[in-house]
Design a protein around this ligand. Structure first.
Ligand code: XIL
Length: 367
């Protein structure tokens, strides 16, 4: 069983028994475009969301959100100027068999983005997780594996060339202690660390306009992991490898303090000549027995969101801020973190939390 599935099996019972925190009112608040996040944002600053679908959603008692939930699509179009496929461009979705790609939903997301004047963040090409069985279990030689990765990157990046603003080329390649994931990550394990540079080169050849990123969690602060990225990216750029950006996912929890040095950390990457971004922002919390967050929790959550956004706005090269889903209805958090939830900026019925208003007023303050 894949780790993600295992975790899901363990937590599903818990998830389903948690009361759905929600408020009474019904219709999504798309009350005129000038009350939205994208309208409030300063020119050239992209405010994004993950597009829910695939992954944990497949184990939940609802149909695929992006393709089936019309109010969801309405809010997604109205509020955001950037979208990121939450799972639909990951290997296990887009390349389910060795000789078969499945571009359907990814194509639909890219089309949706164009129709709604949104940019797209591609996610992701080289990762240790959510890889298809044929790849992880296949007995390939090093040469074969290298050819498989090259072909995948050329095919996927090439297909959307000119339509992806930023690609998370490499995702989560370091552990929290700053060591390369040499056992979990099939590419690094089988082909050595040099494959990471090749992935960036191939992606750049396939789409010279896309900005190519390293992306990870627990890199909001200056710490062993972000230091490892700093050193690696410096080396790669000195060697002429087309690395253009560094992004922090921003999965925070109220159970931990806010990473006060986020701005300083992003700035040191900006000083390397890199673009920076916040790519998967959410703020989870341990829920009270009622399943409904307290007023104090909601206030503190709004504060965390606002501080992440402010840090990004204060960094010259940070022009993209993406939340990992906008409604608790579809959040990955209760599925992956036992007892936690309410991590997004809207309730299940799309009514807005204090965190939403904090983001919007912070954006509006910078117009
Ligand atoms: C998560 C998705 O939200 C879930 O639907 C899926 O089941 C597992 O992956 N870091 C990442 C994202 O880079 O791709 C992960 O997304 C969350 C952590």
């Amino acid at each position: 069983m894949k780790p993600a599935r295992l975790i899901m099996t363990l937590f599903t019972a818990v998830t389903l028994s948690v009361p759905l925190a929600s408020t009474a009112s019904a219709a999504p608040e798309t009350d005129g475009h000038h009350h939205t996040l994208r309208w409030a944002a300063p020119k050239g600053f992209h405010i994004g969301s993950a597009v829910a679908g695939g992954g944990h959603h497949e184990e939940q008692p609802y149909p695929d959100p992006f393709t089936s939930d019309r109010p969801y699509r309405r809010v997604l179009a109205a509020e955001f100027s950037s979208v990121s496929p939450e799972n639909q461009m990951k290997w296990e979705y887009i390349h389910p068999e060795r000789n078969r790609y499945n571009f359907g939903t990814a194509d639909a997301i890219v089309r949706f983005a164009k129709q709604n004047r949104q940019v797209v963040r591609g996610h992701t090409l080289l990762w240790h997780s959510q890889n298809p069985e044929w790849l992880e279990q296949g007995k390939f030689t090093a040469d074969e594996l290298r050819a498989i990765l090259r072909e995948h990157i050329k095919t996927v990046v090439g297909r959307y060339a000119g339509r992806i603003q930023q690609w998370d080329v490499a995702n989560e390649i370091f552990t929290d202690s700053g060591a390369l994931r040499t056992t979990e990550n099939i590419w690094i394990r089988e082909l050595g660390p040099g494959i990471v540079a090749d992935a960036f080169r191939w992606a750049h050849q396939a789409d010279p306009k896309a900005k190519l990123f390293f992306n990870d969690y627990n890199v909001e602060s200056v710490n062993a992991k972000s230091d490892a990225y700093y050193a690696l990216i410096k080396d790669l750029r000195a060697a002429g490898v087309p690395v253009h950006g560094f992004s922090a996912q921003g999965h925070l929890s109220l159970d931990y303090g806010f990473p006060d040095d986020l701005e300083r950390n992003l700035k040191r990457f900006a000083s390397l000549g890199l673009e920076t971004a916040m790519t998967e922002v959410d703020v989870r919390m341990t829920l009270p027995a009622s399943g409904v967050p307290t007023e104090a929790q909601l206030r503190q959550q709004a504060d965390y969101y606002q501080r992440m956004l402010t840090a990004c706005l204060n960094v010259r090269t940070c022009r993209s801020f993406t939340i990992w889903g906008f409604t608790d209805k579809y959040s990955w958090v209760p599925v992956f973190f036992q007892g936690q939830g309410a991590a997004t900026v809207m309730w299940n019925d799309y009514t807005r939390k204090p965190a939403y208003h904090a983001l919007r007023s912070t954006l509006a303050g910078r117009r």
